[in-house]
Design a binder for this molecule. Structure first.
Ligand SMILES: Nc1ncnc2c1ncn2[C@@H]1O[C@H](COP(=O)(O)OP(=O)(O)O)[C@@H](O)[C@H]1O
Ligand SMILES: [Mg+2]
Length: 502
């Protein structure tokens, strides 16, 4: 195949022909230093041997040692491990035709790489246990075919965010807490290459000329890259990992984010087609909550979702998913959230779900809520329900609609039924802090009423926030009639009673 193990048929790709792979040192240079392919056992020339091992590394490294330290995988790879890997990696790059490799499906390509790497290991006489060899093979496959050192993090389901601040600093968020990992990239070049590989999948480019880029991984994770010169310490990559198993409302109850009674009330709100705004800060769980709420939509409803990057996972059969598009490299072709929301009004939706409302599309969403698409939902960035409403107002004002503010407020109070507030507490937990109804107008002011609030008592010995969800004692919310219309008034009464008792 393309793995040219025979010295006479070695094909070396021109550097330009191999964009998807990090080539630590130009292949031609190496071939001058060494005869074709992995021919010489490293043992025969311990001093002059693998020059390649030293080239791409930031720090001076020892020549490849012959065995991999046992600690390599438990406490993070050691310098020696990186040195061996670099040697073998370079020999591999010398040997295979990357262009041809790119044509293969991932499995065959991995097989091919495996074969060659195993051969290089035996030719170079590197002493390794089977387990160490497996680890090395995996790492090298990740480098060549995937996202290199990011792969093990991407494979973990418990990670919410991955934050790479240059080659040497990788942080992750696990269970609401940010922690540092011992993962690192060979150098900023490798990191930049991986960033490039990620964004090129969505037809974009990241370099000095266009150093900011949003993209998405094949699994749906959202990616942002900001590169030098804007990022001072090397390419900076932020990944919001896509959770395959989205949290359900039951999970939120288990995590104490909301009480069982509160969750039941949210269920009634969703099923009785209230128009809902979900408000919260970054990473507070807005999208998660929106996803939970959509579970209460009936199977037979036609739903259109509009998002910047598709994250929602609706289970209903009749869903149309729309996604905005950033401008292309020439600055044209942009499709905004407002374009999508406006368009979806012509698509005969029964419910419109807007991933994140942040601009003039607020107006169109309110109009939709007002004109028969009740049960529509959206999230927005605000720290309290009241702030959420005033943010909507300012989005509309800034959108250039020439409307008196009273009219805008009337429109808001006429369309939004409920605001649900999510918050990320300082101990890393997420809570639903308010379920708030929009009652109407009194004079110029929108009147709201809390049904549930989370009251913080203090902190326990471990620094965990203590507090409780309390019902405000409202027995008949404004959406009572709506609930009754959908045959849910008993459920609503029971849920409200339960929370009173609790
Ligand atoms: N109630 C919760 N308890 C624990 N983790 C949560 C909760 N809600 C959300 N998360 C997690 O927090 C992260 C951010 O949630 P997300 O809904 O994307 O936030 P936002 O949309 O507000 O930025 C996700 O990894 C999600 O799984
Ligand atoms: Mg979100």
């Amino acid at each position: 195949m393309f793995g040219k193990r025979d010295a006479t048929t070695i094909q070396r790709p021109a550097p330009a022909a191999a964009p998807p792979v990090q080539t630590p040192a130009p292949a031609a240079e190496q071939s001058a230093a060494r005869p074709p392919a992995p021919a010489k056992p490293a043992a025969s020339q311990p001093k002059s041997a693998p020059p390649a091992a030293q080239k791409p590394a930031q720090k001076p490294q020892k020549p490849a040692e012959r065995s991999l330290p046992k600690a390599a995988r438990t406490s993070g790879p050691s310098e020696q491990y990186y040195a061996i890997k670099t040697t073998i990696f370079n020999a591999l790059i010398d040997t295979i035709d990357l262009g041809a490799l790119a044509q293969l499906d991932a499995e065959t390509a991995a097989e091919e790489i495996r074969d060659i790497v195993t051969e290089i290991i035996s030719i170079k006489n590197v002493a390794m246990s089977i387990a160490e060899q497996e680890q090395l093979l995996q790492d090298i496959c990740n480098d060549v075919l995937g996202y290199g050192p990011l792969e093990p993090l991407l494979a973990r389901d418990d990670i919410a965010d991955i934050m790479v601040n240059g080659a040497g600093d990788v942080f992750i968020e696990v269970n609401g807490k940010v922690e540092r990992t011992n993962i690192r990239f060979r150098d900023n070049g490798q990191l930049m290459n991986i960033c490039q590989r990620i964004v090129s999948q969505v037809g974009r480019r990241v370099d000095e000329a266009s150093p900011i880029c949003d993209a998405r991984l094949a699994d749906g994770s959202r990616v942002n890259v900001i590169a030098p010169p804007l990022a001072l310490d090397g390419p900076t990559l932020t990944i919001r990992k896509f959770k395959r198993d989205k949290l359900t409302l039951n999970n939120l109850v288990e995590f104490n984010s909301i009480t069982p009674a509160g969750a039941r009330v949210l269920g009634v709100i969703g099923r009785s087609r209230c128009n809902v705004l979900i408000s919260g800060g970054t990473g507070s769980g807005k999208t998660t909550l929106l996803n939970c709420m959509t579970a209460y939509i009936e199977e037979d409803e036609r739903i259109v979702t509009c998002e910047d990057a598709a994250e929602l996972q609706l289970q209903q059969p009749h869903v149309v998913r729309l996604e905005t598009r950033p401008p292309n490299l020439e600055g044209s072709g942009q499709v905004t959230m407002r374009d999508l929301v406006k368009n979806c009004l012509r698509m005969r939706p029964e419910r419109i779900i807007v991933g994140e409302v942040r601009g003039p599309e607020a107006f169109d969403l309110l109009q939709a809520m007002n004109t028969g698409h009740d049960g529509s939902m959206g999230t927005l960035h605000a720290n309290s329900p009241r702030e959420a409403l005033s943010r909507i107002e300012s989005m509309i004002t800034m959108g250039g609609y020439n409307l008196p503010s009273k009219t805008i407020r009337e429109m808001i109070s006429g369309s939004i039924d409920v605001v649900v507030q999510a918050a990320r507490m300082r101990d890393g937990t997420r809570k639903i802090t308010h379920i708030t109804e929009v009652m109407g107008m009194e004079g110029d002011v929108i009147v709201t009423q809390d049904l549930f609030v989370y009251e913080i008592d203090g902190e326990d010995a471990d620094g965990k926030i203590t507090g409780k969800h309390v019902s405000t004692g409202i027995a008949r919310p404004k959406f009572w009639d709506r609930a009754r219309y959908y045959g849910l008034e008993r459920e609503l009464a029971a849920a409200l009673d339960e929370s009173e008792a609790g």
